[in-house]
Design a protein around this ligand. Structure first.
Ligand code: 13P
Length: 249
């Protein structure tokens, strides 16, 4: 059975004090559930958040990492730095990394390999831009992003991969894919995996939806059969909203 997952991507929000406050509120609202809950704070707060969440079932993810093991890469963070502070999940390929930091599928393939070599779970993000959808090319774009960054992996690696479909036009815009648009794309993604690997493998991979998920629309989006949870941006900065989203399954 694939897992239901709700992950909060804090992006470049919350200083140390804000982040401790948010975590303490989240812990007040958090009740044991079958849904995996993940938060992804900025690097400066990642150790403090990991310590504050010790003993809880909420996991911590990094928002990015470098592919190299170590070395002269000013400003970057490696996989072993993350695992050394108890962080075993990393978000890779977010559209903001692709757009503002020129991350390509080829670079992401290297990052994925490094994360897996360190036994980390990868939340791999991808999604089409508005122009692609308007031109009817969304399936083609999404298939090529997945293929270029992930299809070199052996089937055994996929137990560590979570996919996050985030249509760029729905991120931070208040514009959400309709539940049917999300379902159609998630079914397409699962078929793409089934064609390349097997339907047994495709059935086991969690596919999250991201893009303006709020407590008001989460239930309907999560009710779709191929939507296994969400990657939440803005609404993850508010404990009540985020917890309501977690409880939307
Ligand atoms: P919003 O929920 O703010 O649209 O952001 C989605 C996202 O980018 C999560 O990674």
């Amino acid at each position: 059975m694939r897992k239901q997952i709700v992950a909060g991507n804090w992006k470049m929000n919350n200083d140390y004090v804000d982040s401790e406050l948010l975590i303490s509120k989240l812990l007040e609202h958090h009740h044991h559930s079958t849904t995996d809950v993940i938060v992804a704070p900025p690097f400066t707060n990642i150790l403090a958040v990991t310590n504050s969440l010790k003993g809880s079932s909420i996991a911590v993810a990094a928002q990015n990492m470098h592919y190299a093991e170590s070395g002269a890469f000013t400003g970057e963070v490696s996989a072993s730095m993350l695992t050394s502070v108890g962080v075993h999940t990393v978000i890779l390929g977010h559209s903001e990394r692709r757009a503002y930091f020129n991350e390509t599928d080829a670079l992401l393939a290297k990052k994925v390999d490094t994360a897996l070599a360190h036994d980390m779970r990868v939340i791999f993000c991808f999604g089409e831009e508005l122009a692609d959808r308007k031109a009817g090319n969304e399936n083609e774009v999404v298939a090529s992003q997945i293929k270029n960054a992930l299809f070199h992996l052996p089937a055994s690696a996929w137990s560590q991969i979570v996919l996050a479909y985030e249509p760029v036009w729905a991120i931070g815009t208040g514009e959400t894919a309709t539940p049917d648009q999300a379902q159609d794309m998630h079914a397409f993604i699962r078929k793409t995996l089934a064609d390349q690997y097997s339907s047994a493998l495709a059935d086991e991979v969690s596919i999250l939806y991201g893009g303006s998920v709020k407590s008001a629309n989460a239930k309907e989006i999560f009710s779709k059969p191929d939507v296994d949870g969400g990657l939440i941006g803005g609404a993850a900065l508010d404990a009540e909203h985020f917890s309501a989203i977690v409880n939307s399954f």
